[in-house]
Design a protein. Structure first.
Length: 351
């Protein structure tokens, strides 16, 4: 019995020692922001019943196209909160969890004093009501995304990859994906509405969330910096758009904006992070190609900002000795290392 009690106590001590310290939270909650309201003409008649899924719409309203925001403010918080914007096929959950159950990126930054506002963009995740007409089809595409997001080339994982290789974690990862039933017309307005609601903040974007992030930074003076993890799209001043870079997944083109709009990007600190397994020359692998062309355009984007007097940094992680990162850097096994890297950059920029 003594041996059993000793073993239980020893295990308890080890568990407590390995546990994370609790995070004192000053305030947390969620809200919707932005969106549209459709009002049908006529007078609503509450004596008519058509069905639960279908309604007589006369005189009724429909609120949609908003973003959903989940926020947490730690007791000891830095002056500027971080606003997290997800990419294609996902929702804000990618910032809040990892496939294997470790702390999510927003929580890791919360531990470092950075308040978090995690968005589900319109038509995705918990912001599913939309005015767009879309058909959701059960398309079998997980092997394709396994390749595109540089986890490996199905069924093989990339050598040294910072992604958990067990089947349960992979299943959890794919179950994060959510249908995209938005027309994307409300993405930038929803970021603008959030800017007006919370005031000054730092944008943290991922993948397809990168483009609306650049637009929000140009349109909203409340955006004081942008952190972008492998953005998929880029803006350039009119007359300075680089030539299209072709690739197997359609290539990448720069989007022209007014020079006075682009100037805004030269007035705030910007950092871009790219992971591993991105080649310099064309290949026959879809994932390699997709990010080869985007990394090349990212280099041109950063060069253009700095040439106009800005403060933009491109961090290619393998070049600073950090290897194995997939497209989902914030969920990789070394996400705590990347959180520390970001925290240091934010501090260096006096943010």
């Amino acid at each position: 019995m003594k041996r059993i009690l000793f073993s239980v106590l020893s295990l308890l001590i080890i568990t407590i020692a390995g546990a994370q310290e609790p995070i004192p939270i000053l305030k947390q909650g969620h809200f919707s922001v932005g969106g549209t309201t459709t009002q049908r003409p006529g007078i609503y008649d509450n004596s008519k019943f058509v069905g639960w899924a279908e309604q007589e719409e006369t005189g009724q309203s429909y609120r949609a196209d908003h973003a959903f925001v989940d926020y947490q403010i730690p007791a000891s918080n830095k002056p500027l909160p971080l606003v997290y914007v997800h990419g294609y096929g996902g929702s804000g959950i990618c910032w809040q969890m990892t496939p294997d159950g470790r702390e999510g990126f927003a929580t890791l930054m919360l531990r470092r004093g950075w308040s978090s506002y995690v968005m589900d963009l319109p038509g995705r995740g918990r912001a599913g009501k939309t005015t767009a007409t879309a058909t959701v089809k059960p398309v079998a595409n997980e092997m394709f995304w396994f390749d595109i997001w540089r986890i490996g080339i199905w069924p093989n994982y990339n050598k040294g990859v910072q992604f958990p290789k067990d089947s349960t974690s992979l299943s959890q990862f794919f179950r994060e994906m959510t249908p995209d039933i938005s027309d994307h017309k409300q993405d930038v307005p929803s970021l603008g509405a959030l800017s007006k609601r919370i005031g000054d903040h730092i944008l943290v974007t991922h993948s397809a969330g990168g483009f609306p992030g650049w637009m929000s930074a140009m349109l909203n003076p409340e955006v004081k910096a942008v952190v972008s993890y492998e953005p998929g799209g880029f803006v350039f001043p009119e007359g300075e758009v680089p030539e299209r870079i072709d690739g197997l997944t359609g290539g990448v083109v720069g989007i022209p904006v007014l020079p006075e709009q682009f100037k805004r990007l030269t007035e705030i600190p910007i950092v871009l992070y790219f992971g591993d397994y991105i080649p310099e020359t064309p290949t026959k692998n879809l994932g390699d190609e997709n990010w080869r062309v985007r990394l090349q355009m990212a280099r041109k984007f950063v060069e253009t900002i700095n040439r106009h007097g800005g403060n933009a940094t491109l961090v290619e992680l393998p070049k600073i000795g950090i290897y194995g990162n997939t497209h989902f850097l914030m969920q990789d096994l070394n996400n705590n290392e990347l959180a520390e890297l970001l925290d240091k950059w934010l501090t260096q920029q006096n943010l």
